[in-house]
Structure formats: structure tokens, C-alpha cells
Design a protein around this ligand. Structure first.
Ligand code: GLC
Length: 492
């Protein structure tokens, strides 16, 4: 080969290997580097300890996500301007620094007023518990770079850098432990508007990056991405795994992060505690469980571990003027729609700058908690059955602002059933109550049914087969409530 053509081809190859497509990282699938890292990763990802982590994750099914930080003080309004007024990028309230292009020094002043005296870890954990949630995951550091935990790596944290002076992550970890709620943290490993995390866009993305909207280009920290990872993100994740007992770590916005960095995060976490599960946004497919997207319910059953993340209104961080709350029926729909497809639901609450959870979100969550007290065995520890749903309601959930824009209603029919299974039981979950007493579940038609019971009641129900399914005689519902769940025991 002509030396010039050779060099040209080499440059093209190198360029391609550097500028992979994102958004899950810039490692090139099948490249020698990836193959080498994957070979080291596999024994960790499939180790017995990880499997215990997976088992626990599947038992839990429903958790509380909490977005809380300096931005919570603003509630989505900066200098009189709402997130929707001017600015660039996502309009969720925790993005205020990026959206309003607030210079780093100016944003950092929010730490001086961060004094959420109404924060009470036990109270938050009690809400999660009463809501029927089995785990909690809170933003230990979001894209703005401010940590809610004590850190020797950076003073920009709640203990050293704010009048509050308390380790919020420690208080929550301990309160969770007492209440037997598993505890995990979100940590924005790739994006950090304060200290130079730009998701690898500048150093590892294409020449004309399309994802520019993510990073801080208005007042960038003068650091290379590799240095940010080495000097802040990785050491802070090390602090998190060393100082707190965690069930999961939720990393974020990998976009063009190189594979070696994603791998280093995985190994750091694994070496400290191999049972901790890490989400897919670690980048380069090194995660233990998938994320279908923000506020996305996947269309299909997926037996691999995954977690749907969803908001209770239309923002993750507290937005003072967003009162478009998901009602209990809608929350329940999100729960059953995800669980019947094999996933977990991590549902977000954005407390305000004083440390108070929005009362509407709390009261809606507690109503779902009441439902779960009766019907929880149809949810926790279940696996998907051979179909997830029968009936006419065919809602699609495709993004954080989707439901608001699409003006979806949540009127379900008597023919809508979502299914889950556990051991010898199949559960058929309804979100509506019929006018008459008999209902027809079509998908049970060929099942070897032994007995059927309504969750919350001891006695078994009368049922019979028809040409189109199984007809079940329900009791009269004495109390008000949403839907019901049938426990169908199969003969073995
Ligand atoms: C996105 C957003 C972020 C939010 C997260 C939740 O990555 O950048 O603000 O924390 O999704 O899933």
C-alpha cells in the first residue's frame, strides 16, 4: 500500500475509534480495547455476589428517586425567569445552571444560602416506607457538581461548603437502614458543570458535537475530561462506596465517556462491594441494569434487569410552579405497566430548598402505598408472565414532557389486566372496578387453574371457563379504592 494511503487510512481508523457515536460512551464495540475490558468485566458482572444484588433488586420492584441540591432553592425560576422562558437545553429544574448559563462562581453562591432546616431524614424515609417503596436513590451529586455528602475531594459539598453543614447522604443512609429500606445514590460521573465533566464531548466526541447542549460551554472549567475523572469523579465515587452502605449507584450522562473510564468506575464499585448494582448510564455497556429512558415505559417484556425512572410531575428537581401531579391511578399504572414487563419503577420526588417534599406528591404516593398494602404480593419479587397486558388501553410513555403534551387520561376498562408471576402464582391486576360482578380474563384460558383469590381476602372465588377465557365472580367491594388484583394459583 502506498504510504500516503496507509497513513490516511490509519488516521481515519483512529479518528473513528476516538469519535464513536455515543450516547452510551465512545468505546468502539468489538475493538481490541473493548474486548479486553469486557473480558475483565464479565466475571464481575456475573459473579455470585452480583447475582445476590440482582435478586434483591428484583425483590424490591419499587423505589423512591430523590433529586435534591442547590437548584432546589430556585424551584425552576432564575432572576424572575422560568425554565421555559429563554435559555437552552432541558427545562427540568435541576438544569437551571445550564439552561440559564449561570457562571460557575455565581452559581456557587447558592451554596452560601443552602440551609434546608426542615430536612428530616426519618420523615423522608417514612414517606417512602408508607408508600410501599423498598429502596431509595438520592442525587449525591448532580450535574452542578455540588455534593450532598462529606468529601475530602472537593469542598463544594453540603458539609464544608454550606451553612447547613450536615452530611445528608449519611443521615439518609442511616434512616433507611433503621427502616429496612435499601439505600442507593445517583452520582453524575460524566457531567459536572463546575469542575470540567463534559461527558467527554470535547475530547472524545465528534468535531462538531451535537450534544453540546449538555455541557458547560458558557463558563467551562479549564480542565481536561480525563483530569476531571481522575481528580474528582472517580475519587468521589470511591468515597461513596467507602463511607456508605449502598444497594445501587446511578451514574449519568455517559455520552462520549471512554470505555476505560466506565470500566474504572465499575471496578471501583465492585471492589468495594460486589453486590452494588450499577445502571447502564455508567457507559459503554458496563452497567448491571438497563434504563429505558427518562419517563419511558418500554413496549416489550424484557427479562434482563432494568429500571424505569419517572417523575411525579414533569421535573426531577423541585419546580415551584409545576403542579401537574401524577394522580394515584397514574402512578399505579406506571408501576404495574413496568413490573408486568419485568422492570422496577424508581419514582422521583423533588423536595424544595427547605427540605420539604411537595405535599401533593406525598399524598398521591401514600394512596398507592395503601393499595400496595393489600396487593403488594402481585408486585414485589415477581417476574413477567408470558404476556404483560390484555385489554383496550394502549398507552405509550415516551419522555418527560410526553404525557403532559399528549394530554393522556387514565381511564382504564374492565377488560384491562396486567400480569405478573411468582412461583406457582399468576397475578392479574386491574385498575378499574367492574359494574357487574363477573369479569373475563382471556389470557388465562389455557392455564391449569387450581384456585383464584382476591388479594386482601381469604376466601376463594367462583370461576369457570368460557370459550373466550376464564370468568371470575368477584365479591362486592365494600370499600372505595383503585382496581384489585387476582391471585391465580396454578396446579402443578
Ligand atoms: C437525565 C437528566 C437529569 C436527571 C436524570 C434522571 O439524565 O440530565 O437531570 O437526573 O436524567 O433520569
Amino acid at each position: 500500500m502506498n504510504i500516503r494511503i496507509f497513513l490516511f487510512t490509519l488516521i481515519l481508523l483512529l479518528k473513528h475509534s476516538v469519535n464513536a457515536t455515543g450516547p452510551w460512551g465512545s468505546g468502539v464495540p468489538g475493538s481490541p480495547e473493548m474486548l479486553k475490558l469486557e473480558a475483565k468485566w464479565r466475571p464481575m458482572a456475573f459473579s455470585p455476589a452480583k447475582m445476590r444484588g440482582h435478586q434483591r433488586f428484583n425483590e424490591q420492584k419499587y423505589g423512591m428517586f430523590i433529586h435534591w441540591g442547590l437548584y432546589s432553592q430556585l424551584g425552576g425560576v432564575y432572576k424572575g425567569q422560568k425554565m421555559e422562558e429563554g435559555g437552552t437545553g432541558p427545562r427540568v429544574a435541576e438544569w437551571v445552571m445550564r439552561n440559564k448559563e449561570i457562571p460557575r462562581a455565581e452559581y456557587a453562591k447558592l451554596a452560601e444560602s443552602f440551609n434546608p432546616t426542615r430536612f428530616n431524614a426519618q420523615e423522608w424515609v417514612a414517606v417512602a416506607k408508607a408508600a410501599g417503596m423498598k429502596y431509595m436513590v438520592i442525587t449525591s451529586k448532580h450535574h452542578d457538581g455540588f455534593a450532598l455528602f462529606d468529601s475530602d475531594v472537593s469542598d463544594f459539598n453540603a458539609v464544608d461548603g454550606s451553612p447547613f453543614g450536615r452530611d445528608i447522604i449519611k443521615e439518609l443512609e442511616q434512616a433507611c437502614q433503621k427502616a429496612e429500606i435499601a439505600f442507593g445514590v445517583y452520582y453524575s460521573h460524566a457531567l459536572d458543570w463546575k469542575d470540567g465533566g463534559d461527558s467527554g464531548i470535547k475530547d472524545y466526541g465528534p468535531e462538531k458535537p451535537e450534544k453540546k447542549v449538555f455541557a458547560n460551554y458558557f463558563d467551562p472549567a479549564p480542565v481536561k475530561f480525563d483530569d476531571y475523572i481522575k481528580n474528582k469523579a472517580l475519587p468521589q465515587v470511591q468515597e461513596l462506596v467507602d463511607n456508605y452502605k449502598l444497594c445501587e449507584i446511578w451514574l449519568d450522562t455517559p455520552i462520549y465517556i471512554p470505555a476505560r473510564h466506565s470500566f474504572a468506575f465499575y471496578k471501583t464499585i465492585y471492589d468495594a462491594d460486589p453486590e452494588i448494582l450499577v445502571n447502564q448510564r455508567i457507559g459503554n455497556h458496563f452497567g448491571d441494569f438497563g434504563i429505558p429512558g427518562d419517563n419511558v415505559i418500554p413496549d416489550q417484556i424484557n427479562e434482563n434487569a432494568w429500571e424505569c425512572v419517572a417523575t411525579t410531575n414533569n421535573s426531577w428537581g423541585y419546580k415551584s410552579y409545576d403542579d401537574d401531579w401524577k394522580k394515584p391511578i397514574e402512578i399505579l399504572y406506571w408501576l404495574v405497566a413496568n413490573v408486568s414487563k419485568g422492570g422496577n419503577l424508581l419514582l422521583n420526588v423533588g423536595p424544595d430548598g427547605h427540605g420539604v417534599m411537595p405535599p401533593e406528591a406525598v399524598s398521591n404516593l401514600l394512596k398507592v402505598g395503601e393499595w400496595l398494602k393489600v396487593n403488594g404480593s402481585a408486585i414485589y419479587g415477581t417476574k413477567p408472565w408470558h404476556i404483560d397486558h390484555e385489554g383496550n388501553s394502549a398507552l405509550k410513555m415516551g419522555g418527560t414532557e410526553h404525557r403532559k403534551k399528549a394530554k393522556l387520561d387514565f381511564n382504564f376498562g374492565n377488560d384491562d389486566f396486567w400480569f405478573t408471576k411468582k412461583e406457582d402464582k399468576v397475578y392479574a391486576i386491574a385498575l378499574a372496578r367492574p359494574e357487574g360482578r363477573s369479569i373475563l380474563v382471556k389470557s388465562l384460558i389455557n392455564e391449569p387453574i387450581h384456585k383464584i383469590r382476591l388479594l386482601g381476602q381469604e376466601s376463594f372465588l367462583h370461576w369457570g371457563r368460557t370459550p373466550s377465557g376464564v370468568e371470575v365472580q368477584l365479591p362486592v367491594f365494600v370499600e372505595d379504592g383503585i382496581g384489585y388484583a387476582l391471585e391465580v394459583t396454578l396446579a402443578n
